[in-house]
Design a protein around this ligand. Structure first.
Ligand SMILES: [Zn+2]
Ligand SMILES: [Zn+2]
Length: 314
């Protein structure tokens, strides 16, 4: 008689001492080190002033890696809001990797789990599950902004990102993650050194174009997870506590339309209307005109209106 073994149900998260060791390492390298780097950058002002080179390296680095995260990691790979050529996919994945917020496939898996369990048990970074009152709110903010990354359940990529692990080029980019972060530090170092023709120009380039750039972008992205699940406006019905923070639209490259995004995760536009600033969507439109991306899944007017919250009696 043959015994037919029932396959184990696929686990949604995996946890092991090895994974937690990696998480701790990533936390120290990419979350704590940029803080130390930012402090060092300020201290280094005594040796080398903050000039046009530092400003340009910081701004350009923030912009391209930020677009890599919002357009590549988030709108393309996580939510499939449009389709892109393999070259565009690769460039966006590499630029997103340079931000130091994790390799693309793990980032996608974590973010898909965030949408699945938003503000409920299982959400990797909700600010609303740490108890009531001011203390609970403060603990929730600290957890969702930063502390959750020290150690968390690792979402099983086989469950959460089966489409991405079939994409061989993307798996290759993800495997080389540490190299991309390194490249993102080497480029501003070399440029800073060449422009100033000095070692302190190189160090200053590394500090402002590398560490400060990572530090600034990280806190912008984390603020979406923390503050924009707590305070802001809520024009659309959605089952979690996501909010819009319109004044931060430019600096977040459109990510701060977070309630819009949770209500319509399939939309490549987070602003939804042209007058809500959304630089991430502007890039997608430019790429569309150039014929490099297509099939933008913009929600219809009817779908949008059906989810709009109307005040009682209106
Ligand atoms: Zn999302
Ligand atoms: Zn969210």
């Amino acid at each position: 008689m043959t015994v037919i073994e029932r396959p184990e149900p696929r686990r949604k998260t995996i946890s092991s001492p090895y994974i937690h060791r990696l998480q701790r390492k990533h936390f120290l390298l990419f979350d704590i080190a940029p803080i130390i780097g930012a402090v060092a950058a300020v201290a280094f002002l005594w040796v080398h002033p903050f000039g046009w080179t530092e400003a340009a390296l910081l701004f350009a680095g923030w912009l391209v890696t930020g677009l890599g995260v919002t357009v590549g990691y988030h709108r393309l790979f996580t939510h499939r809001t449009f389709t892109a050529t393999p070259a565009v996919q690769a460039v966006l994945a590499v630029l997103g990797s340079m931000a130091g917020q994790g390799a693309v496939i793990s980032w996608v898996a974590l973010h898909r789990r965030h949408h699945e369990y938003s503000d409920r048990e299982g959400d990797p970074h909700s600010p609303n599950l740490s108890g009531g009152g001011l203390v609970g709110a403060m603990r929730g903010l600290a957890h969702s902004h930063f502390l959750w990354m020290r150690r968390h359940e690792y979402p099983n990529v086989v469950h959460y990102a089966p489409d991405l692990i079939k994409n061989r080029a993307l798996v290759k980019v993800a495997r080389l993650y540490y190299w991309w972060v390194g490249l993102g530090l080497v480029i501003p170092t070399v440029i800073g050194g060449l422009v100033d023709l000095s070692w302190h120009g190189a160090v200053s380039g590394l500090l402002w174009g590398g560490f400060v750039r990572i530090f600034v972008l990280e806190h912008i992205v984390w603020a979406i997870n923390s503050f924009l699940h707590m305070v802001g406006t809520k024009p659309f019905e959605s089952r979690e506590n996501s909010r819009n923070g319109g004044v931060f639209a430019l600096i977040t490259l459109g990510e701060s339309w977070h309630n819009n995004h949770h209500a319509f995760p399939e939309s490549p536009s987070f602003g939804l209307d042209w007058y809500r600033l959304d630089p991430g969507f502007w890039l997608i439109k430019v790429l569309q005109v150039a014929g490099l991306v297509w099939d933008l899944k913009t929600p219809s007017e009817e779908r949008r209106e059906s989810r709009r919250i109307r005040s009682v009696g209106a």
